[in-house]
Design a protein around this ligand. Structure first.
Ligand code: HAM
Length: 412
């Protein structure tokens, strides 16, 4: 039997690969907001994620790719990027430089049940601001994320916003939530029953329809939130409204990772079925302290799923002209290679055959490749120091002096 890619993984090529390149190109917007790129290891000490993401989250409880390396260390393939960025920030004492802004992209790993838009290896692109506590930053990060997604020509999504309060007000809320949900305990799924004991907030994250029926009238955090958290949330809402970001408050939005406090948000598309969240993030003011020990710094960030964004992006339109150089005879091959290099130098995408083939076969391949023009260099053309240029859309052919080839394409 032939070997296939492991379940939940995929090869990225063709259209999706082009969309990935576009996503990375559009991350230019992060640089304009003065974020710098950070590349962290794909595997980390397991402890980092247990401490960072939270022991009672789905990710840590059942989704991590954890193994012992040959030195007996417990290693985990990163399920997300935030914990690693925070670790790097502490490890390199970046707090000495004041606040820092980072962006990153790369593969993440979660042992989830694969389905459309949900993979075991998937790509995220994300951004984090460490060392700033103002609600202006929350607003700016949400604005930047919105701009980024729109630059990818994705428009059909809604922005959901909530506040999770701080440790103190959330603790009171958790007690009330637990008391409320305990009334329906018998009707909830096993996961909910377990979470009711370990992490009641997480119950609201359950996707089982029969459980969700009981969430309609759950107490909301809004009723418990303290004044400072309220002012922060009001500030975020007011600023993003001023900036023209369209959002709605979803009081049941809790996020799947434990490190959040205050602002949380998700960008949700209606066009992707069950896996509609394209981007998620929020504030995490306690994570730096928990991971870096002793250094308390507020922080906020988000990450977007690149596959999910690629699924929503419109078909990529070629911006650069593609030219096939078709040749015959030995001199033809040399002239073709020279012409190819000149055209590449001038910024065009070019292709040529490396074997002697009939023009018919070369045109057929060029057509399949979606080229715009063919430069034809047969023995006669080589002798006359010209090329025939065929326009694939109009099917017209013209003769162009070899010395004028680049100029011709600039004007064509
Ligand atoms: P997250 O919500 O777990 O947040 O993931 C962010 C995005 O990654 C999701 O909205 C989704 O688009 C994509 N994603 C997650 N799991 C999968 C999967 N199995 N297959 C395909 N795509 C997936 C975080 O990871 C946080 N670190 C975000 C953050 C940054 N919060 C603060 N800073």
């Amino acid at each position: 039997m032939s070997i296939k890619a492991p379940r939940g993984t995929k090869d990225i090529f063709g259209e999706i690969s082009e969309k990935f390149q576009e996503i990375i190109k559009m991350s230019e917007i992060f640089k304009q907001f003065n974020f710098e790129q950070i590349i962290t290891p794909i595997f980390e000490s397991t402890d980092l994620f247990i401490r960072g993401i939270g022991e009672t989250t789905d990710i840590v409880e059942k989704e991590m790719y954890t193994f012992e390396d040959k030195g007996g260390r417990s290693i985990t393939l990163r399920p997300e990027g935030t914990a690693s960025v925070v670790r790097a920030y502490g490890e390199h004492k970046m707090y000495q430089e004041g606040s820092k802004k980072f962006f990153y992209f790369g593969p993440m790993f979660r042992y989830e049940r694969p389905q459309a838009g949900r993979y075991r290896e998937f790509y995220q692109i994300g951004a984090e601001v460490i060392g700033e506590c103002s609600y202006l930053v929350d607003a700016e990060v949400i604005f930047m994320a919105d701009k980024f997604v729109k630059k990818l020509k994705i428009n059909n999504y809604s922005i959901e916003l909530n506040t999770l309060g701080c440790k103190v007000c959330r603790a009171e809320y958790q007690v009330a939530l637990k008391a409320y949900l305990t009334q329906f305990r018998e009707h909830l799924c096993d996961d909910c029953k377990r979470r009711l004991e370990t992490n009641p907030l997480r119950v609201l994250d359950c996707k089982v329809e029969s459980c969700r029926e009981y969430f309609n009238d759950v107490p909301t955090l809004e009723q418990y939130i303290d004044d400072e958290c309220k002012v922060h949330f009001e500030g975020v809402k007011q600023i993003i409204t001023t900036l023209g970001v369209v959002f709605h408050v979803n009081s049941k939005l809790v996020r799947g990772l434990d490190y959040y406090n205050r602002t949380v948000f998700e960008f949700v598309s209606q066009d992707l079925g069950a896996q509609g969240t394209i981007l998620g993030g929020g504030r995490y003011n306690n994570l730096v302290g928990e991971i870096c020990g002793g250094i308390d710094q507020p922080a906020i960030g988000f990450a977007a799923g690149m596959e999910r964004m690629a699924m929503l992006m419109p078909k990529m339109e070629a911006k650069t002209r593609k030219i096939a150089i078709c040749w015959q005879g030995e001199m033809g091959s040399i002239c073709a290679l020279k012409a190819r290099l000149e055209l590449i130098e001038a910024g065009y995408i070019t292709e040529m055959s490396y074997e002697s083939k009939s023009f018919k076969a070369q045109f057929k391949k060029a057509n399949k490749d979606g080229v715009d023009f063919a430069v034809i260099l047969g023995e006669d053309e080589v002798l006359r120091n010209i090329a025939k240029v065929k326009n694939f859309s109009s099917q017209q052919e013209v003769e162009v002096a070899m010395s004028n080839l680049v100029e011709y394409f600039k004007e064509a």
